[in-house]
Design a protein around this ligand. Structure first.
Ligand SMILES: [Zn+2]
Length: 382
């Protein structure tokens, strides 16, 4: 059986190139290797919204040439276009990851024919896995919504919030409290309905996230804002903390494994706004979350971690005159662009993610890694 021996390969390189000075440890040197037939018990999908190769490069060079993504042994690219537009939006982009279908921009968990598609989160739930979502947008924002909701348009926040109660999702962390307890659509109080369903529900007004504890005896929802959570630059720091605790929480929720989606949501907003400082702050916050997740996966040994973006935002470029930690960044647009998007994979079945493929293949590769049967897939859903 062929083996995926990343560390040995780098040791060989170090031996060749480091005859005179003491070899520096390569960032990959401590990582364990996996056999090609090893399946993960857990999958953590991390999405940097709007994070293309320029954003990754900018974060690297603004962080003294070091990034958690350097620890990932497998790298690929996905084609981010949607069903109706070469330039995808986050709703179609996330639906491609969640359901494996190209759909129209704006669609949440629906095919291009507006048929509901079973998401990988819902499918994982049906197999008895624990599931979770941690984001720095509202929990009803397009990217997280596409993993649990089925609505014609991403702007239908109240309807998307109601869809959350149709799932048995174990953990939800993000903003958007108002779509649960101060709704325009109806007088339902979903905050209380979640509590009646047996969830521990808390929010930024009640407790600091550091005080909630991650007691896995019950499902948990924690709202980090009434609407959008603040930017990292003004003190939002829960993403790395939540990314550290969510995997352990979910691990204790089910012996069968878990599926967790973590989004660095505001990278996209910063690039729409053409504000490079905001973008770098969000990218480095996401980098700290990746550090926590890779540390969990390294110790656990049964967790596949995938980091990617849904699309690039802003047409970011790193221009002449840039120096390490002092980049000259410009944007060509305030919208999304169509560049190929890098995919980084670590853990059992990571090798599936090398090469160039459709964004919908990320769904297929995750299902293949989990070993899910065709009979439970996205389009077998009524
Ligand atoms: Zn966007």
């Amino acid at each position: 059986m062929p083996k995926f021996k990343v560390s040995r390969w780098f040791l060989l390189l170090l031996t060749v190139f480091s005859c005179k000075s003491a070899p520096q440890e390569h960032p990959n040197a401590h990582l364990v290797s996996f056999t090609l037939d090893q399946k993960p018990k857990n999958i953590i999908l991390m999405i940097g919204d709007g994070m293309g190769l320029s954003q990754v490069s900018a974060a690297l060079y603004e962080n003294s040439n070091r990034l958690a993504l350097e620890k990932f042994p497998v790298i690929g690219f996905h084609k981010s276009y949607s069903y109706d537009n070469l330039i995808t939006d986050s709703a179609a982009g996330a639906t491609a990851f969640a359901c494996g279908v190209k759909t129209y921009n704006g669609a949440i968990g629906l095919t291009a024919d507006t048929i509901r598609c079973r998401t990988i989160l819902e499918e994982a739930e049906s197999y008895g896995l624990a599931t979770g979502i941690v984001v720095t947008a509202t929990v009803t924002h397009a990217t997280p919504a596409a993993f649990y909701a089925h609505q014609d348009l991403r702007i239908m926040h109240d309807q998307i919030a109601a869809d959350l109660l149709k799932t048995e999702i174990d953990l939800v962390i993000g903003g958007g409290k108002r779509f649960f307890d101060n709704r325009e659509l109806d007088n339902r109080n979903l905050y209380e309905e979640l509590q009646s369903k047996g969830y521990i529900v808390s929010d930024y007004m009640q407790n600091d996230i550091n005080q909630i504890g991650f007691n896995a005896k019950k499902n948990m929802v924690y709202f980090t804002g009434d609407k959008d959570p603040p930017a990292a630059a003004v003190g939002r720091d829960y993403l790395p903390y939540a990314s550290k605790n969510a995997p352990k929480f979910l691990q204790n929720r089910s012996e069968k494994g878990f599926f967790l989606m973590i989004e660095g949501s505001q990278i996209d907003w910063a690039c729409h706004n053409k504000t490079e400082e905001w973008a770098i702050d969000e990218l480095l916050d996401f980098n700290r979350a990746i550090e926590e997740v890779i540390e969990f996966a390294r110790k656990d040994g049964n967790t596949l971690v995938i980091v990617t973006g849904d699309h690039e935002t802003g047409g970011m470029s790193i221009n002449e005159g840039s120096r390490m930690n002092k980049l000259k960044i410009e944007f060509t647009t305030n919208a999304h662009t169509g560049a190929l998007i890098p995919v980084f994979a670590y853990g059992p079945s990571a090798h599936l993610f090398s090469g160039i493929y459709e964004n919908t293949d990320i769904y297929k590769k995750m299902r293949q890694a989990f070993g899910f049967s065709d009979s439970t897939s996205a389009l077998n859903y009524r």
